[in-house]
Write a protein that binds this ligand. Sequence first.
Ligand SMILES: *[C@@H]1O[C@H](CO)[C@@H](O)[C@H](O)[C@H]1NC(C)=O
Ligand SMILES: *[C@@H]1O[C@H](CO)[C@@H](O)[C@H](O)[C@H]1NC(C)=O
Ligand SMILES: *[C@@H]1O[C@H](CO)[C@@H](O)[C@H](O)[C@H]1NC(C)=O
Ligand SMILES: *[C@@H]1O[C@H](CO)[C@@H](O)[C@H](O)[C@H]1NC(C)=O
Ligand SMILES: [Zn+2]
Ligand SMILES: [Zn+2]
Length: 286
Amino acid sequence: SLHSSWCTNGHLMCAGCFIHLLADARLKEEQATCPNCRCEISKSLCCRNLAVEKAVSELPSECGFCMRQFPRSLLERHQKEECQDRVTQCRYKRIGCPWQGPYHELTGHEAECTHPTKTGNELMEILDEMDQTHKKEMQLYNSIFSLLSFEKIGYTEVQFRPYRTDDFITRLYYETPRFTVLNQTWVLKARVNDSERNPNLSCKRTLSFQLILKSKISSPMECSFLLLKGPYDDVKINPVIYHFIFTSENNETEYVPLPIIDSVECNKLLAAKNINLRLFIFQIQK
Ligand SMILES: *[C@@H]1O[C@H](CO)[C@@H](O)[C@H](O)[C@H]1NC(C)=O
Ligand SMILES: *[C@@H]1O[C@H](CO)[C@@H](O)[C@H](O)[C@H]1NC(C)=O
Ligand SMILES: *[C@@H]1O[C@H](CO)[C@@H](O)[C@H](O)[C@H]1NC(C)=O
Ligand SMILES: *[C@@H]1O[C@H](CO)[C@@H](O)[C@H](O)[C@H]1NC(C)=O
Ligand SMILES: [Zn+2]
Ligand SMILES: [Zn+2]
């Protein structure tokens, strides 16, 4: 990445590595240190070095497909339009061809691709499958739209803050302060999914969360809930609707995946001090 930071002793690292170091340090409950000189690094101690960034932008850099060197300023166009090794997809993808490969093999593949010679019936089957996938997506958005017509909807900004368990092996978890939605008091907890395995090595990080009802209720409360990006954080998160019937004994949901788009996003969240999201609760009334 072009955006570079340096430690107070001047050691450079790219933005991606920097965020990863901060996320790892948070998981291990350690101060993040520069891999070169072990001095402390943090968001506030780091400085972006604009002169270095400019110099770096003029250095040759390697194409991720063909490994040849190009001036940075030309690299984007090379990778998008010119590289013979760039990943391309068959033009018959629209009728179901899954082929993906380097650009220099594309013409050869397309000449031999069996998709254009499939019969109408075969194509119908392929299109049906593709329709199914599309339908699922549409169903999700339609469910969100119908939830928006419910009588009782509440939402609030929630801030997950990091804590440590006081077990023998301490573990990172997140919890929000209590908040009120739909006239009830709630708390959200979150944990790093792979925290039991090897947090320092794993690349595929995920988070899961649970919603806990803290108020006493006399009759069951059936809810749908949804966590989305809030107004103050730039998180990429997929909309997923969860359902739960809260009762006085059954007042917390299972841990369910927090559908962050990928583990780069997840590291970004872990590196941040707090995680700010927006929670919607829709009460289902019979
Ligand atoms: C909210 O809860 C309080 C006490 O729990 C209750 O007195 C009040 O009537 C409730 N308001 C609504 C709108 O349900
Ligand atoms: C990562 O964790 C493994 C096992 O838990 C440990 O052996 C290793 O030293 C750790 N690496 C770092 C860089 O902390
Ligand atoms: C939540 O559920 C637990 C276990 O069933 C119960 O002991 C506790 O009193 C409940 N809390 C509230 C606020 O209803
Ligand atoms: C993450 O944790 C939740 C709850 O513990 C579990 O349901 C889910 O399957 C886990 N996901 C992965 C990828 O391990
Ligand atoms: Zn190339
Ligand atoms: Zn094809």
